[in-house]
Design a protein around this ligand. Structure first.
Ligand code: CP
Ligand code: NVA
Length: 334
């Protein structure tokens, strides 16, 4: 039986702040149930005749394919639209595009640069809009991250997560609030130059204190990760920030997730997992230059038994499906 909540019907997800704490946890529970349903071989009709537009200004492996497969699994379909396929923001305003696509589709998932674009789509489309990553936020990623933590430890409350790296990127911003909402202690280990926006930090601190946990920004990674159950990192240079590559490599070298840092958690032989939203620069094949080797995480950590990055990647699909089902399920199929 799916634990479907009527209050999420028709709702968009543009940033973590759009969900109450309980709604966020309910979505994760729905994703767990949908994962079990798929594992049991059930491809149902929960999204029968539902059609979504997937607008992608930036490239994607996980989000794009999760968004396509999630809807097909339950009887719906998706249209993948890149910048060169539609007039969005060039010959046609975002507002007009939203009003057109909202007449044709039952929902829109957007990945791109500006948060204002996804906010405008949601304002004018008249159908649910999901943020599949902007420069500022990546909320659908965080649902999968929290789901993976819950699956591994059987709980979220009281877990300590240390994010290590670019402390002000889209993933870090959304993760900080997601952890606060879930009752997960959050430590952001980052150089002062890459500290998150104080407004976002205050928002997260307020939510965290309500849930009896803490949000900290720490410059010394070894100090920050002490006691962590989850080590999390992301690329040092996000999409659209390629011109900052040199300074990022210089600033973030001391923040690489390697076995020394794993040991500094004090949990190397206990309750510890490694997460990364992916894609990751962890070996020579993916590194920026052949000489640079691993960047944000070493192969040793990435390939370790405590690395849950592929469970996390799979969970992108189940959590996006949960968003679809909660927002636009065919109620007669529930
Ligand atoms: N984690 C994530 O969003 O991956 P993609 O860029 O492949 O979608
Ligand atoms: N911070 C990364 C996340 C990729 C999923 C980026 O924006 O490129």
């Amino acid at each position: 039986m799916l634990n479907w909540k009527p209050e999420l019907y028709g709702r968009s997800l543009l940033r973590m702040a759009d969900l109450t704490d309980v709604e966020m946890l309910d979505l994760i529970d729905l994703a767990v149930a949908l994962k079990a349903r798929r594992r049991a071989g059930i491809r149902g009709d929960l999204l029968r005749r539902r059609q979504v537009a997937l607008i992608f200004e930036k490239s994607s492996t996980r989000t794009r394919n999760s968004a396509s497969v999630a809807i097909r699994d339950e009887g719906g379909s998706a249209e993948y639209l890149t910048k060169s396929d539609i007039h969005l923001g060039a010959k046609e305003s975002v507002k007009d595009t939203a009003r057109v696509l909202g007449r044709i589709f039952d929902g829109i998932l957007f990945r791109g640069f500006s948060q204002a674009t996804v906010d405008t789509l949601a304002r004018y489309a008249g159908v649910p809009v999901w943020n599949g990553l902007t420069d500022e936020f990546h909320p659908t990623q965080i649902l999968a991250d929290l789901m993976t933590i819950q699956e591994t430890f059987g709980r979220l409350k009281g877990i300590k997560l240390a994010y290590v790296g670019d402390g002000r990127n889209n993933v870090a911003n959304s993760l900080m609030l997601g952890c606060a909402k879930a009752g997960v202690h959050y430590v952001n280990c980052t150089p002062p130059e890459l500290s998150p926006d104080p407004v976002l930090v205050k928002e997260a601190v307020d939510v965290a204190s309500r849930n009896g946990v803490t949000v900290e920004i720490v410059n010394d990674p070894k100090r920050g990760v002490a006691g962590a159950n989850v080590l999390y990192t992301d690329v040092w240079v996000s999409m659209g920030e390629e011109s900052k590559k040199e300074s990022r490599l210089r600033l973030l070298r001391p923040y690489q997730v390697n076995m020394d840092l794993v040991k500094a958690t004090g949990n190397a032989n206990g309750e510890l997992i490694f997460l990364h939203c992916l894609p990751a620069f962890h070996d020579h094949e993916t590194a920026v230059t052949a000489e640079s080797g691993a960047l944000e995480v070493t192969d040793e950590v990435f390939e370790a038994p405590f690395s849950k990055v592929f469970d996390e990647a799979e969970n992108r699909m189940h959590t996006i499906k949960a968003l679809y089902v909660s927002a636009m399920a065919d109620l007669s199929a529930l």
